[in-house]
Design a protein around this ligand. Structure first.
Ligand code: BTN
Length: 320
């Protein structure tokens, strides 16, 4: 119902009479007024005039109703929105287990136990960032699961670059970086049989409007946010819609035999290739030159001995 009201405003960009709204929605004018009040409570600025009706003046920085209107494709056709949850990845895994459709997305305003890679916590305060998890049901083998992370990294990079103009780069395997600081990350989890992925959950965390002093002190020097970089707040609604649109696009590329195109695009976005790097893999530390990524998304590291070593995961630092 709220979606319909917002859509009516967007069709017109001028006053819409209370009578027209009540007819179109099949509710009384008093009920329309109540809905308008609900929207105002959600941050919509709506002007009311006795003679002319209602006019939308401004939209909130995040609105799930607005987001639902913006989504046109399969990715995001079902949105599970929670003000607060432990982790959107956990929610998405649960829903996927119960049969949620390909393209279902879990979004939260805040997470109490946001998960990062390598068992780390993901700082997830309310009203500031994107925390979302996309359920995919790709017909690919478990060994190619890394390509889903590669695909998501490319999609997020394209979307953020387009909407903000920021020169986002990908630090292998999945860190979204701006000016060598971490803007976001991707955590892919899968459920699989030995020979096929049953479903994958792509968890995306992006620092959008958070102020640096809201991060724990050890993170402040290595993290950034879009607001920090641009000096002004951004709409999470538009960013999420753009990211989902790009995931739709790059997922199609991946599954329609476009692995090569995808990997080429990833290389274009990479901050890592050609650099001297250090990779911590459990208790082992390897140093060398990040030469390439292979067809499965693994890092190809040229060791000082000349040996080319493939690395599937780890914590990578670019050496100066
Ligand atoms: C990383 O360590 O770089 C990956 C961070 C992934 C964080 C996102 S936030 C939404 C989703 N839910 C989680 O618990 N984690 C991912």
């Amino acid at each position: 119902m709220l979606n319909k009201i917002i859509s009516m405003f967007e069709e017109k960009d001028s006053f819409v009479s209370g009578e027209k709204m009540s007819k179109k929605l099949g509710i009384t004018r008093a009920a329309v007024w109540k809905k308008i009040q609900t929207l105002r409570g959600k941050g919509y600025k709506i002007q009311a005039s006795q003679a002319k009706g209602y006019k939308l003046i401004d939209i909130p920085e995040f609105s799930v109703e607005e987001l639902r209107i913006l989504i046109k494709g399969d990715i995001g056709r079902e949105i599970i929105f929670l003000e607060n949850t432990d982790s959107t990845n956990n929610i998405a895994m649960e829903f996927a287990d119960k049969g949620a459709l390909h393209g279902t997305v879990a979004i939260a305003d805040a997470q109490t136990r946001g998960k990062g890679r390598l068992g780390r916590a993901w700082v997830s305060p309310p009203k500031s960032n994107i925390y979302m998890s996309v359920i995919l049901r790709p017909a690919i083998e478990p060994k190619d699961a890394t390509l889903l992370t590669v695909m998501s990294g490319v999609a997020c990079t394209a979307a953020i670059r387009r909407l903000t103009g920021l020169q986002v780069k990908i630090k292998w395997p999945n860190d979204l970086m701006v000016s060598d600081k971490k803007l976001g990350g991707i955590l892919t989890e899968i459920k699989s049989d030995p020979d096929r992925i049953i479903f994958a959950v792509i968890g995306i965390g992006i620092n959008v409007n958070i102020r640096l002093n809201a991060f724990p002190s050890e993170i402040q020097s290595v993290a950034t946010s879009i607001r920090r970089e641009l000096g002004k707040a951004q709409s999470r609604t538009f960013l999420i819609a753009e990211i989902l649109k790009e995931i739709e696009r790059w997922y199609e590329v991946l599954i329609s035999a476009g692995k090569k195109t995808l990997l080429e695009e990833w290389k274009q976005c990479s901050s890592t290739l050609g650099k001297k790097v250090k990779v911590i893999i459990g208790k082992e530390t390897l140093s060398g030159t990040a030469e390439n990524i292979d067809a499965g998304g693994m890092l190809m590291l040229r060791l000082p001995s000349g040996i080319l070593k493939k690395v599937s995961s780890g914590d990578l630092t670019i050496l100066r």
